[in-house]
Design a protein around this ligand. Structure first.
Ligand code: IVH
Length: 709
């Protein structure tokens, strides 16, 4: 490849040679770019790429008139390592809770009625529409002009794919009669026949083919070169909206009609339904048409039709209360289980994985499936009751694989009539296959765990992968693959090492640059990406530690509750020292129970190796204190409130959700820590206690006035 980067000195080229050379460079750089981004299979190193670009620029400098319209020099912002710019969504992009059967749908309806205080007979309409299996996109229009298109990302921050979205025919560039600010949300997807044609084209060119239309749509939209996206037949259905300067309608179906009138494609199978029975009818009707639609759908989405009610119902942390996705039944296939392997996770859990003879399940080739835990393999549940009528799973068995949506494929059943004569029951390891430490199973836990802690290389590397993952430190250019390699080579053993990497290996960039897959540019970018994450939000830093039971939601809750890292560690230190009051502070936090509290205390205990590792990390980073959500303009933010007595204009669930959305904590009983009691008619002992403690008491109208409802 090096030969292509050199060649005749630009100064010595004739006009014709320069023209030819610029054409060759445009083609070669275009191919390298596509290989890197579209196929994830680079055909040259970053250094070679850079050298080609420099040569291209030198020739252009000498022959400015010959500069091509598609000059690689003009694609600087879109070159590989730069990636897409990040976009913070003005309004978070939510996901949907799932339902799988008719009972789930009736419960969904019951829950909503209860929340709103509606009786079983009160009219309550929904919309039902197909759940498109693509990727979501948010389009922002200002004064009728498309100004930004962003992928969902983690819901808060997505990628700016505006140039690419402009190439999609279903996405209008301008709108007439739209609100001044309009964010349209919907799904980018690909038709089956377009997908087949694309794969055939890719195969003919020797390029990468896609496993399914969804991957093809995602791969095509996330192209740094919009010209590639333009060549891909992407489509878009609008199903919702984000920020609006004025309402689109008063109902969901009215709003969709409005979007349709503005020029968006709205799914024609959308119906307004008068309750669960009609929703289920529409589900059946859509399912029946599924195979002939020409594009993939993976369920039906139900939404409360009245937008006023949607507003009252609001959101849980990541999903709306007013909508649910009714998923189609899982897809099934039979195949041979070649062998059972054990993977050791970040918390030491030994997870059995079935290595399968590859089989297509719902259009995706599956060669691995989870086997959950040793009981599942043995054919019993956590309480010892039989599953699969007690049939166990062995190496060599003929097994039924299923997958639903995005989830990891699972093994549903085993065909004993096809069991090889020499198959033996699977003996689950009692020592860690990675480090040899005893693998223990605590009473009541279905999982066996390696007791090696940080000495176990598998745990260490999984912890590191978790540390750099998207919801944690999210370091650009440092993904699971790179972490694995760095760990294997002994460059990083724990999170703190990531921040000393440049000091240790970056001098003159030689060591990193010389590694396979790294050039000067990508090495520099990596060090810069690491530097950018030295200041990190509290909740991300905490989540990144990968403490058992402390997930994303819990980390955010703890960050909001403590505000600063120091306040949290101080409480944990005191709790570890046996101070009951400190433990009470932890348990007082809504969402923190004894199991989580103990896990936190154990990780932060002064003598725990984990704590030493955390402290080394903290000496490298600055944790940004958490803002209390809603604190800006809510008079009840950070306050502890208690509702008692009968509420007349809202249900208890609604009141609680509203208070929490305003940053208040809702407690069940009155204590000296209570700031405000909202007492309706019939309030008894709680109101009395509040009076005795001198806690402020208001009635429901007073509460509404206070919070501006
Ligand atoms: S509504 C706040 N409607 O499904 C409500 N989502 O599992 C947000 N999706 O991220 C989603 N078709 O990408 C909605 N008709 C539809 C949809 C739909 C597909 C996707 C969407 C979302 C995911 C949630």
């Amino acid at each position: 490849m090096a030969s292509t980067t050199s060649g005749t000195d630009p100064e010595a080229l004739t006009d014709a040679e320069a023209r030819q050379e610029l054409a060759r460079l445009a083609e070669e750089l275009g191919r390298a770019n596509a290989a890197y981004h579209r196929d994830y299979a680079p055909v040259m190193s970053d250094a070679e790429f850079d050298a080609l670009k420099r040569r291209n620029a030198a020739i252009e400098a000498r022959f400015p008139d010959l500069k091509r319209a598609d000059s690689p020099s003009d694609q600087v912002g879109a070159m590989p390592a730069d990636g897409f710019a990040k976009v913070t969504h003005a309004q978070r992009m939510m996901s949907l809770a799932n339902a799988f059967d008719a009972d789930d749908i009736r419960e969904f309806d019951d829950r909503i009625r209860k929340f709103l205080g509606f009786g079983p007979e009160a009219p309550l309409a929904y919309t039902a529409e197909p759940k498109i299996d693509g990727l979501s996109l948010s389009l922002r229009y200002e004064d009728g002009q498309l100004v930004q298109a962003a992928t969902r990302g983690d819901g808060e921050t997505g990628e700016n794919v505006t140039a690419n979205a402009r190439t999609i025919d279903d996405i209008p560039q301008s709108l007439t009669g739209a609100p001044a600010v309009l964010e349209v949300r919907g799904e980018v997807y690909m038709h089956h026949d377009d997908f087949e044609a694309l794969n055939a084209r890719q195969a003919a060119l020797g390029g990468k083919t896609f496993a399914n239309p969804r991957n093809a749509a995602a791969g095509s939209l996330r192209q740094l070169d919009a010209a590639i996206t333009r060549s891909r037949p992407l489509r878009f259905f609008a199903y919702g909206w984000g920020v609006l300067s004025e309402p689109l309608a008063v109902t969901q179906h009215g709003a969709l009609d409005h979007l349709g009138a503005l020029g968006f494609q709205v799914n024609p199978l959308t119906r307004r339904c008068d309750g669960p029975a009609e929703l289920l009818d529409q589900y059946a009707a859509i399912e029946q048409q599924r195979a002939t639609l020409g594009y993939d759908i993976d369920g039906v989405v139900y939404k409360v039709d009245d937008l006023g009610l949607q507003g009252r119902l609001g959101f849980r942390s990541t999903t709306p209360r007013w909508a649910i996705a009714h998923k189609f039944a899982a897809e099934l296939a039979w195949t041979r289980l070649d062998r059972i392997e054990i993977q050791v996770g970040r918390t030491g859990a030994l997870s059995p994985v079935a290595r399968l003879s590859p089989v297509t399940v719902g259009g995706v080739v599956v060669s691995n499936a989870t086997l959950h835990n040793e009981d599942y393999i043995a054919g019993r549940d956590a309480k010892g009751a039989p599953i699969r009528e007690g049939r166990d799973i062995r190496d060599g068995d003929w097994v039924q694989v299923y997958r639903a949506g995005d989830v990891i494929p699972k093994i549903a059943d085993v065909d004993l009539s096809k069991r090889p004569a020499d198959a033996v029951p699977y003996a689950f390891p009692e020592t860690c296959p990675e480090c040899g430490s005893p693998a223990l199973r605590e009473p009541g836990d279905s999982v066996r765990r390696c007791s090696g802690g940080l000495i176990c290389p598998a745990q260490a590397v999984e912890k590191l992968k978790h540390f750099v993952s998207r919801a944690a430190f999210d370091i650009e250019g440092l993904g699971a693959k790179q972490v694995e390699q760095f760990h294997k080579d002994g460059w990083i053993a724990e999170p703190a090492d990531i921040f000393t990497l440049q000091g240790r290996y970056g001098s003159g960039m030689q060591q990193l640059k010389n590694r396979e897959g790294w050039g000067e540019k990508s090495a520099n970018n990596l060090f810069q990406a690491i530097e950018e994450k030295r200041d990190i939000a509290f909740e991300r830093a905490l989540f990144a530690l990968g403490i058992r039971h402390v997930g994303e939601v819990a980390s955010a809750t703890l960050a909001r509750a403590f505000g600063t890292w120091e306040a949290m560690t101080e409480t944990l230190d005191r709790a570890a020292a046996g101070e009951d009051a400190a433990l009470a502070v932890l348990l007082d936090i809504d969402g923190v129970g004894m199991v989580m509290a103990e896990a936190l205390i154990a990780a932060f205990r002064a003598d725990a190796p984990e704590r030493a590792s955390i402290d080394r990390l903290l000496s490298q980073i600055t944790v940004i204190p958490a803002e209390r959500r809603g604190a800006v303009d809510s008079p009840v933010a950070g306050k502890t409130v208690v509702f008692t007595g009968t509420l007349e204009t809202m249900t208890r669930a609604e009141a609680k959700a509203r208070a929490e959305a305003l940053g208040a904590k809702v407690a069940g009983s009155v204590s000296a820590r209570t700031d405000l009691v909202i007492a309706g008619p019939g309030a008894g002992s709680k109101a009395e206690k509040a009076r005795a403690l001198g806690v402020e008491i208001v009635d429901e109208a007073g509460w509404r006035a206070l919070v501006g409802d």
